[in-house]
Write a protein that binds this ligand. Structure first.
Ligand code: PEP
Length: 251
């Protein structure tokens, strides 16, 4: 199993100047050999500059989205191919904000995952249920549907799965760690049943209101190999404290 991956999803935040300032501060904290893998996913406008600043450092560059077509008449879109050209390593696919606010369906998410692999990127596939679905006892049914749709053609490259209950994202109310653990265990069992030993290589992150104060509760769980962090990643010190929780010995 590779090192845990702690990834920052800045969403629609930060100017170019703020990006430069953030990355300088984060690089000063991280040093040459951080105990976990770190990735930062800035907005598209800052990707090229972030690629320059992160080249040769231990912090990987990620993107928040990517279009599966290589090029074409898709006004406003940026392709996986263009991301790869910039030196992007990770790309978030199927974030619940994109599913909910931009109508992205399972089939489109599947296209993105396939395209990410085709261009040498590592997809961070987001899955998770709404509160209504959880209350109705349908959490696994929903996650299983999202997994099957996105990965139905098999694993064609390295993969990260972010389990992000929709109701925990940006609300300040995280999932109960035991629920996150139980879901991660089901995801792992599903991966192993479908893909055999390859399923062991997939890192499963938890995402949803992770902060420095609660990170250890998630990152110390045996089934969780990292976190996808939104709000609390916007400050480099806070993000670094979360990352350090992934490498601290279990309490
Ligand atoms: C996210 O956007 O993936 C996320 C987990 O956000 P937050 O940490 O703010 O809940």
């Amino acid at each position: 199993m590779p090192k845990p991956l702690v990834a920052a999803n800045w969403k629609m935040h930060k100017t170019l100047r703020e990006t430069e300032e953030y990355l300088r501060r984060l690089l000063a904290l991280v040093g040459a050999e951080p105990p976990v893998e770190l990735a930062v996913c800035p907005p598209f406008t800052a990707l090229a500059r972030a690629a320059e600043l992160l080249a040769g450092t231990p912090i990987a560059l990620g993107a928040q989205n990517g279009h599966p077509q290589r090029e074409g008449a898709f006004t406003g879109e940026v392709s996986m191919y263009q991301l790869a050209d910039l030196g992007v390593k990770y790309v978030i696919c199927g974030h619940s904000e994109r599913r909910r606010l931009f109508g992205e369906a399972d089939a489109f998410v599947a296209e993105k995952v396939r395209a990410a692999w085709a261009y040498g990127l590592v997809p961070i596939l987001c899955v998770g249920e709404t509160l209504e679905e959880r209350r109705a006892g349908r959490a696994w049914e929903v996650v299983e549907r999202q997994l099957s749709a996105a990965l139905g053609d098999g694993l064609s490259g390295p993969l990260v799965i972010a389990y992000e209950p929709v109701w925990a994202i940006g609300t300040g109310v995280p999932a109960h760690p035991q629920d996150a653990q139980a879901m991660a265990r089901r995801i792992r069992a599903w991966l192993l049943a479908r893909y055999g030993p390859l399923g062991e290589e997939v890192r499963i992150q938890y995402g949803g209101s992770v902060k420095p104060e609660n990170a250890r509760e998630f990152l110390g769980l045996p089934e969780i190999q990292g976190a996808l962090v939104g709000g609390a990643s916007l400050d480099p010190e806070s993000f670094w404290r979360i990352a350090l929780s992934a490498s601290a010995p279990s309490p």
